[in-house]
Ligand binder design. Structure first.
Ligand SMILES: CC(C)(COP(=O)(O)OP(=O)(O)OC[C@H]1O[C@@H](n2cnc3c(N)ncnc32)[C@H](O)[C@@H]1OP(=O)(O)O)[C@@H](O)C(=O)NCCC(=O)NCCS
Length: 433
């Protein structure tokens, strides 16, 4: 695998291994300040797939030695079945991008992203996805904001619409552990992404595919709880079968007027609206609590339409996944479209020249798609960043055109392509990687 790629003078790339755990933790806690000491963090399960973790060492005699300090690092998670509209594609989840403050703004992150994209192409991953620590970082690398999520603060006892069948569900709350609940959570989470609710899959709904991701997800260290209790689970069942769950923690403060309590929901999934109604009924009425805060919800999550007074929940919208199209023909032919489409896209890509040029995309609604190089003139012109934005179906080509980021050359092409690229369900990833 490529490792010898251009870097600013004085640095070199180094393949990381599990023996680098100490150096990785020191670097990571410089990049992302943590209240927990590095020695404690090192005892926790690492989420890394080490073969996909690359460090930047200060060039010198011992730069290749495992364990020597790092100036920077990045890694990726192998999502073999990353949900895209109507299917899945191998996708590299870029993560752990960090540069030591002493070495910042010298081009290390840029060099790391270039290496990452080159390695994605080598591995045959047509997409890369990420969560951005800061919004302005990744657009320059061709990543487009592809999904949003909704964040609510639901007052205790908020009225929820009645749903037939909800009363045939039961909800039990328990301390959570991987041993007891891991298989249930995984199965329900996957079923929700595959579209049990609607028959339509949910793009971006990545699952924690590797053993390392599972081990780290289920670890619940006290140092990261910020005064909250340990993790709990609420499981909603019908006829003894799990139909949804919420992982949550409560936090309680005693104040002169009584109690202030928050139910912080880490992840909430329901397979149908009756199960969702039963589950939310419990989550929004726990004793001593004053509010319930789901962390990440799809912008079309059914709870938004269960709430009698959505405005009272002070909804916020935040950027969720960012997507980088690494291989235009593989990515565009690897998803489905919501309408028949035959369009030539003129794509610019400053970092991956193989992507640049004119591509003819042909697809039938919810059927097969092909994407081939063409000499024909583009109907629409856009940068690969905007292609990433619309890829999961959560951003509209027409809206990007209205913002001056997509240019229509053939009248009518924008409306048709915009409809085709859309998807009936909003993309979202339910957990941050
Ligand atoms: C974000 C980070 C990785 C950037 O690393 P870096 O090596 O300083 O980045 P580069 O030198 O390659 O910068 C490339 C360009 O991005 C810009 N840039 C980098 N970080 C930026 C940020 N946080 N906000 C806005 N612009 C940023 C630089 O100014 C530079 O712009 P230019 O090309 O116009 O000169 C580094 O600052 C860091 O580790 N931050 C803390 C951890 C973090 O946020 N990691 C990202 C996780 S998703």
């Amino acid at each position: 695998m490529l490792i010898d790629a251009p870097l600013p003078d004085g640095y070199r790339f180094r393949q990381l291994t599990a023996d680098d755990r100490h150096a990785v933790t020191l670097l990571d806690t410089w990049a992302f300040p943590s209240p927990v000491e590095p020695e404690e963090i090192e005892k926790m399960p690492s989420s890394l797939t080490w073969s996909r973790a690359v460090g930047v060492a200060v060039d010198g005699p011992d730069a290749d030695d495992a364990g020597t300090p790092l100036a920077a690092m990045h890694a990726s998670y192998p999502f073999g079945e990353f949900p895209v509209p109507g299917g899945t594609l191998p996708t590299a989840g870029l993560t752990w991008v960090g540069v030591h403050p002493q070495h910042r703004r010298r081009g290390l992150a840029s060099a790391m992203v270039d290496l990452h994209l080159a390695r994605c192409r080598e591995r045959g991953e047509p997409l890369s996805a990420l969560f951005a620590a800061e919004y302005p970082i990744y657009g320059r690398f061709g990543y487009g904001k592809a999904a949003d999520d909704a964040r609510l603060t639901i007052p205790r006892g908020a009225r929820l619409r009645d749903v037939p069948g909800a009363d045939q569900h039961t909800v039990r709350v328990e301390h959570v552990s991987r041993e007891r609940h891991g298989a249930l959570v995984d199965a329900v989470h996957r079923a929700a992404g595959a579209g049990e609710l609607t028959g339509i899959n949910r793009p971006g709904w990545a699952t924690r595919e590797t053993e390392e991701l599972q081990a780290s997800w289920w670890h619940d260290p006290t140092g990261f709880r910020h005064g909250q209790e340990s993790r709990r689970i609420a499981i909603v069942e019908r006829d003894g079968e799990a139909r949804g769950y919420a992982l949550f923690r409560r936090k309680l403060d005693w104040v002169p007027t009584g109690t202030e309590g928050t139910v912080n929901i880490i992840e909430v999934v329901a397979l149908d609206v009756a199960a969702a109604r039963a589950l939310w009924g419990v989550l929004t009425d726990l004793d001593l609590m004053t509010e319930t805060k789901p962390f990440i919800l799809a912008t079309d999550d059914p709870v938004l339409r269960l709430l009698d007074n959505r405005r009272a929940t002070g909804p916020l919208v935040a950027d969720n996944l960012w997507v980088r199209v690494v291989d235009v023909p593989a990515a565009l032919s690897g998803r489905q479209y919501s309408a028949d489409v035959d369009v030539v896209l003129g794509v610019t890509d400053a970092r991956l020249p193989n992507n640049a040029g004119a591509w003819r995309l042909r697809a039938t609604a919810f059927g097969e798609a092909t994407c081939e190089r063409t000499d024909a003139s583009p109907d629409l012109e856009l940068d690969v960043r905007e292609l990433g934005s619309v890829y999961l179906g959560g951003e509209s080509l027409a809206a990007l055109a209205a913002a001056g980021l997509v240019t229509e050359r053939t009248p009518g092409a924008l409306a048709r392509a915009s409809t085709a690229f859309g998807w009936p369900l909003a993309p979202v990833c339910s957990w941050i990687f």
